[in-house]
Ligand binder design. Sequence first.
Ligand SMILES: Nc1ncnc2c1ncn2[C@@H]1O[C@H](COP(=O)(O)OP(=O)(O)O)[C@@H](O)[C@H]1O
Ligand SMILES: [Mg+2]
Length: 234
Amino acid sequence: MTIVNVEALQVRFADKVAVRDAAFRVEAGETFSLIGASGCGKSTLLRVLAGLQREWQGQVSLFDSPVRPGARFQGMLRRNVQMVFQDPYASLHPNHTLYRTLAEPLKIHGETDIKHRVTTALTDVGLPADALLRYPHQLSGGQRQRVAIARALLLRPKLLLLDEPTSALDMSVQAEILNLLNRLKTEHGMTYLLVSHDADVIAHMSDRAAFMADGAIQHVFDRPALARGEHRMG
Ligand SMILES: Nc1ncnc2c1ncn2[C@@H]1O[C@H](COP(=O)(O)OP(=O)(O)O)[C@@H](O)[C@H]1O
Ligand SMILES: [Mg+2]
């Protein structure tokens, strides 16, 4: 199954072209990455695929179904695509306990067995069940990112969009989170679209990686090219 198919994608902000003529495909089970300098359009591309950036031109399909510009993601599409952001502190509500943060998406989607689901989600990412009554400020950066990942996985998405998920974290914590993501991907049978500016992270995580510059995809590195470190040049 093709999870993501993008053709001739263009995103503009006023007279600024943020993404130009982007085309790529991501197959089920892959980790496909986007690399490139700050401002080259990586986050904008992810936001289109998350349904957060609704103004765009071109063709986008998710799970072999076309998505139209302007469309709000609802139902299965909304469940199946989840995003994890760079800054786990900004993405968690400061006055909500972890329980509330994790229970809310389940309630919105009419799920049952919420207490059990929330506890499982937390232990799944390596946090103790008694952390449920804590607030974000009582957690380390790595623990907060674990909570953000737990929240993204609650609805059992097929596609996880990861926008620099470890760049706000210390090196040792980065490795823990990346290994966690790889374990969860296998266990839950997910597909990843990962943005990182770190060549080591790209080499460790990706099956393929697209190099972007000035809104356009310049080159796609396959696994052997990544293993040879070709993505480190230039
Ligand atoms: N909401 C927005 N309004 C105007 N310009 C934007 C907006 N979002 C992004 N941009 C511009 O689009 C370009 C690509 O941004 P972005 O996708 O965030 O890049 P990256 O994630 O690769 O750093 C940048 O020039 C940025 O300033
Ligand atoms: Mg970005």
